[in-house]
Design a protein around this ligand. Structure first.
Ligand SMILES: [Zn+2]
Length: 517
């Protein structure tokens, strides 16, 4: 055992999560206990996917309050995914890259070799919703609804009971359809499409296999997760006003050098309060926003939804970003930390991802043209674009008019918070680029070992960086891109020291969910 469970727990802080249920209809409320049961029945499925021995460990630790048991419940697995899957439960052994979804002895090369000689099995073996099993010298794909049939039955039953009491007709139809899809009687993609098409449901019910990050062997198998959220109607209405101003927003994010934006406008955005997350959705770090489904057919033909999780964002702002800011921001600016500014910054970050260059003048996608640098440039663009929109368009098209210093402080608190997850991967590099550029432009300055924002210089500095990033995306040569990264993506000592000085603060929260079931 290489990691101490107590040290893992100290990286997290338990936070009670509030949710506003006032707007829920009686039927939606009556559905909650059933939906909580459906969500809870996802945990054993996720654990069975994670490793053959994981359900037994879960049973052994159930009800215990030891650090080991609490850390296990935090990840729903005995491996710490924040530390390269280090085992922290006695006797767990090392994590298998293919988890329980592939034969234990099968390597990535072994799988490729097999697929090369059995091309007719490629589709079924690489399907996101099948497990791979060995039968003699053959590999066989087993659909999830067969492999997990027993565990899926209580999920489907609870979804049917929820469908029977909810008054929103489309939501009820989606819930019954979801029960069918999870048990193999309807294509999951049809059900995903129904979810995207739901009009103004009171609840968002995300349940099933979605993300593939835990598949470390091939990165294709989806893991079971559940997220139950109550939609916040007044916040959604304000968002709709912002969406109607899409042309104005698009005009503010440049597409230089003959480049073109992605077509299709903006996916519907929803603001919701989370009531419960389970399975892969509650393994380690909890999302503050998600963008689903992942199925390329559904995204291409029907679209997708972006959901902003307001109460989770609030919890992380109050309990993670604020203590971080209290260590790094100039003391006389701390009173400018504002959740409203932080929330709208994150929202406009997501909006900005859909704006700006997507295709170059020669037709090449920006993603392909920028290669490995793409993610860092795109995240930096989304951040600095979101900042520019919030600074420049406050008071128009539903964007609140906020004090530039509130915006700057709340933005910077978020930048330091996320820098703690590492400065070498895409989001970390994007943070370093912004920090260095804003420093160079005088929008940030050192103030007694801390950093202060110059609100008068911030808008121009942000705009100049946005222009530079969109130009690189639209027309930058590989040499220009690597020169830019060489100049701006190297973390300066000041930032490294500041991040190192946060080591004793928690990096994330453990939600204590509201009682709704
Ligand atoms: Zn982003």
């Amino acid at each position: 055992m290489s990691a101490a469970p107590q040290a893992i727990l100290e990286k997290f802080i338990e936070v009670r999560i509030d949710a506003d249920l006032d707007a829920l209809t009686a039927g939606a409320r009556a559905a909650l206990p059933h939906l909580v049961r459906a969500m809870s029945a996802i945990d054993p499925l996720f654990m069975a996917q994670m490793g053959p021995g994981v359900p037994a460990i879960s049973e052994r630790l159930a009800g215990q309050q030891t650090p080991e048991a609490r850390a296990f419940r935090l990840f729903k697995s005995p491996w710490n995914k924040l530390e390269h899957d280090e085992p922290f439960v006695e006797g767990a052994g090392p994590a298998q890259p293919g988890r329980a979804l592939y034969p234990e002895e099968l390597s990535a090369e072994g799988l490729e070799g097999y697929l090369a000689s059995h091309p007719e099995q490629k589709t079924s073996l690489l399907d996101p919703y099948t497990t791979v099993e060995r039968r003699g010298d053959r590999l066989e794909a087993v659909p999830y609804h067969q492999a997990y049939a027993k565990g899926l039955e209580p999920v489907a039953e609870a979804l049917r009971q929820a469908a029977a009491v909810v008054e929103h007709r489309e939501l009820a139809a989606y819930l019954s359809g979801r029960a069918l899809a999870l048990t193999g009687h309807l294509a999951l993609r049809e059900s995903d499409a129904d979810w995207v098409k739901l009009k103004r449901p009171p609840l968002e019910v995300v349940i099933g296999p979605f993300e593939v990050y835990q598949d470390q062997l091939r990165g294709v198998k989806a893991f079971y997760e559940g997220m139950l959220l109550a939609v916040v109607p007044e916040a959604c209405e304000r968002l709709a006003t912002i969406e109607q101003g899409l042309d104005e927003l698009a005009a503010a994010i440049p597409c230089p050098a003959g480049s073109r934006p992605a077509v299709g406008g903006m996916a519907p955005m929803i603001v919701a309060d989370e009531l419960l997350a389970t399975g892969d959705g509650a393994s380690g770090i909890h999302a503050v926003a998600f963008n689903l489904p992942n199925d390329p057919w559904v995204r291409g033909h029907v679209g997708w939804k972006q959901v902003m999780i307001r109460n989770m964002m609030r919890a992380k702002f109050d309990h993670i970003a604020r203590p971080v800011a209290e260590r790094v921001l100039a003391a006389d600016q701390l009173s400018h930390l504002s959740f409203e500014a932080f929330f709208h910054f994150v929202l406009l970050h997501e909006v900005t991802h859909g704006l700006g260059p997507a295709y170059r003048a020669d037709g090449a996608s920006v993603n392909a043209a920028c290669g490995v640098a793409y993610s860092a440039l795109e995240e930096a663009k989304a951040d600095i674009g979101g900042l520019t929109l919030l600074l420049g368009m406050g008071g128009r098209i539903g964007i609140p008019a906020l004090d530039p210093l509130d915006i700057g402080c709340s933005y910077l608190a978020g930048l330091y918070r996320s820098s703690r997850f590492g400065l070498a991967e895409a989001h970390g590099k994007a943070n370093v680029i912004q920090y260095n550029f804003l420093n160079e432009e005088g929008a940030l300055r050192a103030a007694g070992g801390r950093v202060a924002i110059d609100p008068a210089r911030l808008p121009r500095a942000a705009r100049r960086l946005l222009d530079k990033l969109t130009l690189l995306q639209a027309a930058g040569s590989p040499r220009e891109i690597s020169e830019f990264l060489g100049r701006y993506a190297t973390p300066p000592q000041g930032l490294l020291d500041a991040v190192a000085g946060l080591a004793d603060l928690p990096v994330d929260i453990v939600p204590l969910w509201p009682q709704v079931g």
